[in-house]
Write a protein that binds this ligand. Structure first.
Ligand code: AVJ
Ligand code: FE
Length: 441
């Protein structure tokens, strides 16, 4: 890898912390104060809770844990501890007002930049290669995504704007439906990515049998055929708990879709539009993704299959950081960073394709995998059990690849996201796979 350069790491820390704060600012100033303290959905916190929680985590980890500084606001720690209060109850807490929360966040950030200048970025695991600063930038950006979900669920006129992604490239219509990922071992996870979080570690070899993977994510057009084929009413396609969920809740389509004459429309960020056939499907639960795949005669890829397709370079035998290689993402390679408020058409980003030609593995939509969220062999919780470890088990399914809503600092080929299989408000879609070897009779 690169020789570690502390000055370059400091500049990068400033850049990613600034970038996160610019986004937080956009998400918390585009609506008025009453919208910041309102609860737009029982699934989400008031936006002003996220804002002060971002600042409180930054104070806890950077000023107190790294810097050894005395607490600025020890009195509010429990209000902003995500494990003490479920989201639905957060509006009733004695929250900081929007003005107080902004002032607190600015105060913490000013002291963090002072600390960054005088802190050696090595010697302690929290400081190595500036890890804690990278972790806190990723945390703020993860809450940026959470706040974007709140904006999607909020009713009322549009508050956010962004240009639409470009049309699909000319070859999108002629891409093969699936590609073969040859069998064999690859290195999953990482020991070398300096800001990788605990659940991405350690690197370990995994043998993956050959399989076929969809070239692009499943589109709204394809998903409409599943709906039209009565897919939501055929129990044979569904995990039993998933079928109970869709029947009990009367679910007939992805979240935010509405029947519109013969077709479908959807509400997104305060506007209503026809559902575009060529866009990756969004706002489906794991149960819906799993049922669609079975209907299509296929299955969801495992997490190891997904990562092998996204990282393994057959020429060198190495696992790379991204499908296109080791270079940082850019606007030509992937739809990340809330540059757009939607996924790009299926087949977009040919320059970001994997060696086998799989497109849009990074960005656009989170991709549900078949896998439970489990620790890698040799996992060690770091720096706190509540980031990953308390979620390990069969209750959570892994999502990979990031979405248009995900910041570049919080996205890489090893990054693991997870959620409950009923969850629909997240920016999740999927692609399907099948075994390359015929099943033995
Ligand atoms: C990794 C997205 C599941 O938002 O629940 C934010 C990230 N952890 N604050 C979440 C997180 C603590 C986490 N996810
Ligand atoms: Fe958090």
């Amino acid at each position: 890898g690169d020789v570690f350069d502390p000055e370059e790491t400091r500049r990068r820390a400033v850049r990613v912390l600034d970038g996160a704060r610019v986004r937080t600012h956009v998400l918390t100033t585009c609506v008025d104060e009453s919208d910041l303290i309102a609860q737009h959905s029982p699934l989400m916190s008031p936006l002003v809770w996220d804002l002060a929680h971002i600042a409180n985590q930054e104070e806890l980890w950077l000023l107190r844990a790294v810097g050894g500084r005395e607490a600025i606001r020890p009195d509010i720690d429990s209000i902003y501890d995500a494990f003490e209060h479920p989201r639905s109850e957060r509006p009733m807490l004695p929250l900081l007002s929007p003005g107080e929360a902004r002032g607190y966040a600015a105060e913490v950030r000013g002291r963090v930049f002072d600390l960054l200048e005088v802190t050696a970025l090595h010697g302690k695991p929290l400081l190595d290669a500036g890890f804690a600063f990278g972790m806190i930038a990723q945390h703020e950006q993860q809450h940026g995504e959470t706040m974007l979900i709140t904006h999607q669920l909020r009713s009322g006129p549009a508050a956010l704007t962004a240009p639409a992604p470009g049309p699909a490239p000319a070859d999108a219509a002629t891409l093969p439906a699936e590609v073969l990922i040859p069998g064999g071992p690859f290195v999953m996870g990482t020991d070398s990515e300096p800001w990788a979080l605990d659940n991405e570690r350690p690197a370990h070899r995994v043998d993956v049998p050959p399989f076929f993977l969809d070239t692009v994510p499943v589109t709204c057009g394809a998903y409409k055929r599943f709906i039209a084929d009565n897919g939501y009413h055929e129990p044979r396609w569904w995990a039993p708990a998933g079928y109970r969920m869709v029947r009990d809740q009367g679910i007939e389509a992805p979240m935010s879709w509405r029947r519109d004459g013969e077709g479908w429309s959807r509400r997104r960020f305060g506007t209503v539009e026809p559902v575009p056939d060529d866009e990756p499907v969004l706002h489906v639960s794991w149960y819906e993704a799993d049922a669609y795949a079975r209907w299509a005669g296929r299955r969801l890829p495992t997490e190891a299959e997904w990562e092998k397709a996204a990282r393994h370079d057959p020429d060198s035998g190495r696992s790379r950081r991204f499908p296109w290689g080791d270079a940082e993402p850019s606007a030509r390679l992937a739809n990340l960073g809330q540059r757009h408020l939607r996924p790009a058409p299926a087949g977009s980003y040919p320059e970001g394709a994997s060696p086998q030609g799989v497109r849009q593995l990074i960005g656009d939509v989170w991709e549900w995998t078949a896998s439970d969220f489990l620790p890698y062999p040799g996992f060690r919780a770091f720096p706190y059990r509540e980031y990953s470890e308390v979620f390990f088990g069969p209750e959570c399914k892994v999502l990979r690849g990031g979405a248009f809503s995900v910041a570049e600092v919080a996205c890489r080929g090893t990054f693991r996201n997870w959620d409950y299989p009923v969850r629909r408000q997240i920016f999740a879609g999927f692609r399907t796979a099948r075994d390359a070897r015929p099943a033995t009779p």
